[in-house]
Design a protein around this ligand. Sequence first.
Ligand SMILES: Cc1ncc(COP(=O)(O)O)c(C=O)c1O
Length: 402
Amino acid sequence: MPHDAALTPLDALVASPFAKLAELLTGIEPGKPPIDLSLGEPHGLMPPFLGPVLAGHLAEFGRYPPIRGIPALREAIVAWIGRRYPTLAGCIDPERHVLPLNGSREGLFSAIFPALARKPLAERPAVLIPNPFYQAYAAAAAASGAEPYFLPGTRETNFLADLDAIDEGLLRRTVALYLCSPSNPQGAVAPRAYLAKAIALARTYNFLLFADECYSEIYGANPPPGALETAQGETGSLANVVTFQSLSKRSGLPGLRSGFVGGDPDFIAAFARFRNVACPQVPLPVQHVSVAAWSDEEHVEQGRALYRANFDLADAILGRRYGYARPAGAFFLWLNLADFGGGERAATTLWKECGVKVLPGAYLARVEPDGENPGRDYVRVALVHEAGATREALTRIVATLG
Ligand SMILES: Cc1ncc(COP(=O)(O)O)c(C=O)c1O
C-alpha cells in the first residue's frame, strides 16, 4: 500500500519524512552499528560560550519575553547582516527590519498568514514551493487553505525552479514563493540573477518572496548571495522580500531554537502584530545566547571547516559514483540510486546491510502532475558527523552498493 493511502488529506499533505523513514525501516535490524545520516542535525559543534551565557541569564526564564526580542539581539542580528552582506551595512534598522524566531521553521510556517492577509483574492490563493522542498512550506499552505503549487527543478536547471515557466494566472493568485538557497536537499545555490528575477516577479504580482537561507553559512568556496542584499543592491528596496535565517546550522545549535526573519518593513510590522498573539516568543536566556552566537564567527568557521573536510572525504570515497557532485552549499549529498532500485529500496538496503541510515528523496518531494516524484531515484545523506564517522559511513555505502 502506498504510504499516503490510509491518511487523512492533512496528514497526506504534511507527513514527516522522518516518520515515513521510521515506518520504512520498522522491523529491520541494522547490519552494523548504526550511523544516522538521515537528519540534518550538526554534531559536536556546540560553541564554548553557550554555557556561561546561559548560566548568567537563568533567572530570566522567570519572565515572559517580548515578541520583538530584546534590543541587544536585534542589534547583534543587524551587525551580522552587515558583516555577511556588506551591501546591507547601514541599511537595516533593528527596529523595523528584523524579528527573532524560535528557529526558522515556525517562522516559515506562520509567515503565510500575514502573507495571505496582505493580498485579498477572489480566487483560491496559491503558494509556490520548489520540489523537493522543506516540509514546513507545504504545511503552511495546507494549514492556511492556500493551494500549494510545486515547481520542479532538475540537475539540468541546477535544481532551481524555472521562474519563466510559471503561468501568469497562477502568479496573479500567488501570495508567496518559497525559495531555498543553499537548497535542502541538493545544496544548490541560487545565483544573484536568479534571485533578482524572483524579486521582480514578487513585485510585479505583489506576493512575498520567502527566502529560506538557513544554510547561508554552510558553503564551499564562496558565500552564497542573499535575497535581501540582491534586493537592496539591485533596486535599493527590500519590498516584497524576507529572509529566514537560523542558528541551527550556522552555529550547530538546532536545539537552541533560534533564528530570525528580516526584510520588507511593512511585512515585518504585520508579522510582528500577528506573532504577538499567535506565535512563540524566544525565551530571554536563549536570546542572550543568540546575541553571543550571531556576534562570533570563529565557531562558524570551524563548522565550515568540518563540512569541507567531510566533502573532501565524499570526493575521495564516492568519486563520480551515484551522480555525486560536490554541492556549492549546505551539508547534504543528493545521490542518484536509480541503479539500486531507487531511494526507498536503497535506503532499506543500506540500513539492512551496513547500518547506515539515509533519507529516501521521495519523502522530501511531491508527485508531479506527470505522475513522477522528482526525488524517487535519490537519497539524501547528511554529512553532519565528525570525519571518523563520515569516512566509515561513506566507506560502508560504497562497499554495500559497489
Ligand atoms: C531548508 C530548511 N529550512 C528550515 C529549516 C528549519 O531549521 P530551524 O527551525 O532549526 O531553524 C531546516 C531544518 O532542517 C531546513 O532544512
